[in-house]
Design a protein around this ligand. Sequence first.
Ligand SMILES: O=C(O)c1[nH]c(=O)[nH]c(=O)c1I
Length: 311
Amino acid sequence: ISTATTLAGSNFDNCMMNASGVYCMDSDELLAVENSKAATFVTKSGTLQPRKGNPEPRYFETEFGSINSMGLPNNGVDYYLDFVSQDQINHPGKTYFLSITGFNLAEDLELLQKVTDSDFAGVVELNLSCPNVPGKPQTGYDFETVDAILKAVFDVYHKPLGVKLPPYFDIIHFDQMAEILNKYPLSYVNSINSIGNGLYINDDTETVVIKPKQGFGGIGGEYVKPTALANVHAFYQRLNKDIQIIGTGGIQTGKDIFEHILCGASMVQVGTALMVEGPVIFERLTAELEAIMAEKGYSSIEDFRGKLNYL
Ligand SMILES: O=C(O)c1[nH]c(=O)[nH]c(=O)c1I
């Protein structure tokens, strides 16, 4: 039984990794994921300059998941490029993911130029879905802007690149986004990012639990699995087959991974549960997924990927 997968032209010995934003802020966290059973890692979304992010508390764990309004704190794209370029030397042939996000198209292109000028040989994840930069709307909900960004990006960048999308909640939006995405040589689409601008309340103190944005923040964890599975499957149904899917959202067990793959995911990313349990989670998740595959008589994830049945 193998949980191996192929994504963006690279082979991975496992189909799971961290979600950007979780366990990927600095070299210590990235090495912890690297040295776990995860197939690889993705960095925190890097910006042109380092950022402190929003005031704390800006992350809170609840019974069914998490709420965050980090505000894109990161060490800057050069930090992550330097780290991954060095890590590639230590692990020749391993493929890593670099997440980037600009505040406008010019910045996106400048970030990609830096990647082109570096030794980075992995996959770029262009984050179009950060919900927590005050005053900045979600790019992923502005369809014309997504189209313009992808056109400009693929005019200049010709190596493996995927996009991190926010959750959509309307069938017509799946249709409209897929029509845009199918125009471009994307390696993959990663669905979903957190469900933006949720609110969690402490009833005892009658107070919100995070400081930024009067307590509004992106929701992750068990809360979001039905939305994540729907987005994975909606894009799997609509995208041409050379655009693969990374499934992110609500993964806590091997069963959750099985469901994401059944919906069409070729790789899954773990966020909130990784934050809670640490990188050791990947050993449990791998064992649980292998047990499910053994029970069902599957030897590889391709035996059941995308094979969700309808009634
Ligand atoms: O607030 C953040 O840093 C953040 N938080 C999220 O939940 N998703 C994102 O893409 C980002 I860039």
